[in-house]
Design a protein around this ligand. Sequence first.
Ligand SMILES: Nc1ncnc2c1ncn2[C@@H]1O[C@H](COP(=O)(O)OP(=O)(O)OP(=O)(O)O)[C@@H](O)[C@H]1O
Length: 754
Amino acid sequence: MSEDQENIAPMSRLPRLASPAKPSSIPTLSAAPLLSSGNANKRKLPSSPLAPPPTKRSVSGSSASSGLRSSQRGGFVPTTTKKPVATRPASALGASTRRTGSTGSTGSAGSSSTTATTRARTATTAAARRPPVSSSSTTTRSSGTLGRSVGPSARATSRGVSPGLAATATSRSAIGSGVASAAQFKSHDGRLENVERMVGGFKDLLEREQAKISSLQMSQVDLQALLQSTQNTEREARRDLSSASEELAALRASHTREIDDLERTIARKDREKRGLEEELRDSREELSRERETIRQLKQSLAEQSTQHITLSAQLQASQTQLSIVQAEVDRATLSVSSMKAELSVGQENAKRAEELAEQKVRQAEEDRDRRIAEIEAELREAETIRRKLHNQVQELKGNIRVFARVRPALAHESSSPEALAEIAYGDERTAQETGQSQIVVKSRSESATGQAREQEYPFTFDKIFAPQAGQKEVFEEISMLAQSVLDGYNVCIFAYGQTGSGKSWTMEGGQNDQDAGMIPRAIDMIFAVSSGLKDRGWKYQMEGQFLEVYNEVINDLLGNGQFDTKKHEIKTVDGKVSVTDVVSIPLNNPRQVSTLLERARGRRAVAATLMNERSSRSHSVFTLKVKGENPLTNEKCEAMLNLVDLAGSERLEKSGAGENKDRMKETININKSLSALADVIGALGSGKEGGHVPYRNSTLTRLLQTSLSGSSKTLMMCNLSPLSVHLNETLCSLRFASKVNWTVVGQVRKQVAK
Ligand SMILES: Nc1ncnc2c1ncn2[C@@H]1O[C@H](COP(=O)(O)OP(=O)(O)OP(=O)(O)O)[C@@H](O)[C@H]1O
């Protein structure tokens, strides 16, 4: 091989080692081959130090990609193909760099070392081809020198071409200073020139590559922007898609609604159509009816035309008559106008008469009011007089009156003549004449000799009620006393008699109005009379209390709880008797009284259950307190109505007390209080003014002190059994009642409220 050949050989191999130096290989860096195949790229890209550093691989890739696109810029169509094309050129470049670099280092250092190595290898190859003119050590030194000179040369190459040339010059001087000949120097010069040309080529290549890189970088930026915009477009497209989907759904919904609406409209139209068809049918029927009517009308028109002709004739006749009547009316009008003139004169007269009448009416009204006032005053006076007269009548009748009442035989009692006692009643007419009634009780017995003995016991009382007398009849006799209460007089009504003789019946009566006893009737009457007296200026206040005296102890029948446990005492203050701690209920109407009686009855029933038939062994005292005031007459009054249901009056042996101590005590207390009552009445009847009256001998007489004193009116109702078995008790009761009846009590004093 000649030197030229040797010179040329390495140079011809250089471009193979560093392909960028080969001008034909530079175009292969164009974008098209890079895109078409990564491997082709790797083969054709120069293993040059111009390769971009690996850290910028992605940028290079993008740039390469941008470079590719840049060739198509202006006619670019975005593609969604995701081939890893963009990164390939960079990696190819990097890979190429690594493959070509012997040390595998990066950057310009790698490139320069590669160049140095290449040159060292070339030199070594050339030296090997040269005859061995110098010792091995020289070769080694030369090699080493070359090697050393290559290092700076490589570094110089990395900085530019001049240092490379300098390195080459240094190498040449080293060889020159050694064993190299002039020919060798010449050969070296040639090679140097080659190298310099190559370096120049490299520089051009470098500049082009840099231009490409910058162009690629720009393309990369463009592509990134493009990518961004593509992504944005994609996002927008997705948003559009989703909104289009929503719109589609909405359209579907509205379509469904429209379909529904249309179906409804069709249904409605169907209904309307049916309706119209029905209407049409109706109209047709109507039309046929109308036609029928028209036909009938035509017929009737024809008839009426006939009638019209008749009527026209009649009208003419009537008009003639009318003109006659009109003439009469004119005459009548004339007479009416003359009558009107007379009427106006009459009206004038009537007006004057009316004024006169009004005057007279006013005068009469004034006279009437004056008369009413006079009459009212007279009435009030009359009321006062009536009260006095009423009292006088009551006094004449006696302040203590005694009635006797015989109850009928009850359903469960035998009404045979033997079972009933023989009781005869006096003549009614005589009773009315004398004001006294007689009752005769017959008793039959056998004498010690066995002879039948018949005895008659006549008794006279103010009034005697036979068994058939009803409650109403009895009350009529008592009502005058109730009236006396409103007049301000104390009234005390006793029901006396043996157990079962009808005391409670007389005082309280049955549940219905017909059977109502003296208490409810007296209350009703007092309320009725008091409301009537309102017109005469009287105003009344009433309150009631209900007490029971059992074994000399007072129990409040209106107290709280089921059974009264309070201790009540009788006190006399300012001559008035009162009981401590008793309930007194204000009464405004008779209904309240019946409620009050019901309550008292309930409590008595409880006590009866608790204490064996106690009710018949206690005295019950219902008190109605009445306060009246008349501002017109300045009159005031205060009085009490006491309605007393006394305990059974039977004697001890008849009471069945026997060994029963409680019963014996009850009977003793009853007898004691009844005899105390008789004593009080007896003392009052003795007529001794200021004489001692033993009120304090029993609780009952103390309680009734006010009612029994001279300022009260007393009625004793002696109740009697019709049965012969009770004959002896009946006689006892009649004797007791007779005693009371013959007692004369001092004049009654009217109670005037203070
Ligand atoms: N005039 C009458 N008309 C109809 N029934 C009467 C009459 N008098 C009393 N009775 C009836 O006789 C029975 C006994 O009467 P009542 O209870 O009034 O006697 P009493 O004297 O109050 O007895 P006690 O002292 O035991 O309370 C009752 O069933 C009552 O209905």
